[in-house]
Design a protein around this ligand. Structure first.
Ligand SMILES: [Cu+2]
Length: 128
């Protein structure tokens, strides 16, 4: 019984330490995006975007891209396997942001990152 109790205490201590380190590593505040941004996408750790699906309003869409990860990422828009021309956002470091405008008609699109090895960074974009 004594051993079991000791193990429980140790795990609690480890959990507390992890919580503290998680807190201190999240202090890098991203640059602020303009209020006019109509679509905000975050790159997060694990080669993912922060959502599986996004929505935007048809027309000129101002897209804000925030890097919450520690490696560089890009953002492009693809429709039916073809990249939408003249639009690519790049965020090279943790906390960096990029903003750009893309004109999209209503429809279904896919957001992707073009960095080699990041082919699983995909999310749906529905434009209405
Ligand atoms: Cu990426």
């Amino acid at each position: 019984m004594g051993m079991i109790r000791f193990t429980k205490i140790s795990l609690t201590a480890v959990a507390a330490t992890l919580a503290l380190s998680a807190c201190s590593s999240s202090t890098a505040t991203p640059e602020t995006l303009p209020a006019t941004v109509g679509l905000e996408v975050h790159a997060v750790s694990g080669l993912k975007f922060d959502k599986a699906a996004y929505e935007a309003t048809a027309g000129d869409i101002e897209v804000g891209y925030v890097n919450m990860d520690s490696i560089r990422h890009t953002l492009v828009v693809v429709q039916d396997g073809t990249k939408v021309a003249n639009f690519e956002l790049k965020v090279n470091a943790k906390g960096s942001t990029d903003v750009g405008s893309v004109s999209l008609a209503a429809g279904n699109y896919v957001l992707m990152c073009t960095v080699p090895g990041h082919q699983n960074m995909k999310a749906d974009l529905t434009v209405k």
